[in-house]
Design a protein around this ligand. Structure first.
Ligand SMILES: [Zn+2]
Ligand SMILES: [Zn+2]
Length: 369
């Protein structure tokens, strides 16, 4: 069975859900207070401060679901989690701490919880129980360097990429979103950040059905098994090549001018920052444990991060080669972190997308027969 047999069914399915208008604000001060929540989705996890193995704390089952969603607890584990801080949860916390360069204690300390509650990409960090975000493998540049360096970039399982015959990818926006020229050009800039350093180029097309990359804002459940969750929480997700599906949470307060100077955290999210990250997935990159990397999974609200780090550049060039015009003078390499896992594999990120879409596609395919 080939995945491409199901893609028309998947597209059909996405059109059966009602698209929504997303919230866009030119700057942070223009967000009405009614759209700014008092608490964010995962703030409740802060009540677990100091919790550790052996305790029972009301609500811990929800934290287990969080870890399961992002790959830290096996997806085949029971859906009926208890509130016991058991070994499964302790292992999940330890692995999470390793991936995010925190002290791996297995305890829910301040730094760990601070990180857990941050808004993030909906793609998981771990697939098949193997952590690959913090592989600690040496970079290809380090052989010629006297600096002790390491790369953290990663790929989807099987390292899928767009075929070499495709040097130009087209992208298009879900027509029902009716995005302004300003928002569309913002995505154009996000694509350019990648095309500056690699061999692929990107062109907008008005033909959504035929575009290689299909960009859409959706609210809540939108048919691919990974419902969005309102303000903050998960901000977007994207599928591995060559699916090209790029989804953003329409309920976020998306800021388009990127001016966050002197801004309080609020709930504002910089759209271009998230767009650059999700394009990395569309091209085949998984998450990175390099905090400076675009492919790091979390981003604080009220911050802007749009520049590719050397970790991102090395990863994308491993897949597609360099743009011949790109000048890679003195790349600043990522320092090795003490908490890296030796010998971990370097395959990462969201394989759920394939699984879910295959299941949906198969169901529809069978219905048609
Ligand atoms: Zn991501
Ligand atoms: Zn989606």
């Amino acid at each position: 069975m080939k995945l491409h047999l199901f893609i028309p069914a998947i597209i059909l399915l996405l059109f059966t859900v009602t698209p929504i208008s997303a919230h866009f604000f030119s700057n942070i001060t223009s967000i009405p207070s009614s759209l700014i929540p008092n608490t964010t989705l995962w703030d409740g996890f802060n009540q677990f401060l100091g919790s550790h193995k052996g305790q029972k704390v009301n609500g811990l089952a929800k934290l287990k679901k969080y870890f399961q969603r992002f790959g830290y607890i096996n997806s085949s584990s029971s859906e009926n989690f208890t509130d016991d801080f058991d070994e499964i949860l302790e292992s999940a916390v330890k692995l999470y701490q390793i991936n995010f360069n925190l002290k791996s204690t297995g305890e829910l300390d301040v730094q760990t919880l601070k990180n857990i509650v941050l808004p993030r990409c909906g793609n998981p960090d771990i697939v098949n129980g193997t952590s690959t975000m913090n592989s600690g493998k040496r970079s290809s540049y380090s052989t010629n360097s006297t600096i002790h360096t390491v790369a953290h970039y990663s790929f989807f399982p099987g390292k899928p990429s767009w075929p070499a015959s495709k040097t130009e990818l087209t992208y298009s926006f879900l027509p029902e979103n009716q995005l302004s020229e300003n928002v569309r050009s913002l995505f154009g800039r996000a694509f350019e950040r990648w095309s500056e350093v690699m061999s692929l180029t990107f062109t907008e097309t008005s033909s959504f059905d035929k575009a290689d990359i299909k960009i859409g804002f959706f609210s809540g459940d939108h048919g691919d098994g990974e419902a969005f969750d309102g303000v903050l929480g998960t901000l977007g997700h994207a599928f591995s090549p060559p699916l090209g599906l790029f989804h953003l949470d329409g309920d976020e307060n998306w800021v388009t001018d990127g001016d966050f100077i002197n801004a309080s955290p609020l709930s504002a999210v910089d759209l271009e920052s998230v767009a650059v990250h999700e394009i990395g997935h569309i091209l085949g990159l998984g998450h990175s444990s390099d905090k400076e990397a675009i492919m790091y999974p979390t981003i604080s609200s009220g911050t802007r991060k749009v520049e590719l780090a050397n970790d991102d550049i090395m990863g994308i060039q491993e897949l597609y080669g360099s743009n011949t015009n790109y000048n890679e003078t003195n790349p600043v390499l990522t320092p090795r972190n003490e908490s890296e896992v030796n010998g971990a594999h370097n395959l990462v990120c969201s394989f759920w997308s394939h699984g879910i879409l295959l299941a949906i596609g198969l169901s529809l395919f069978l219905l048609v027969l």
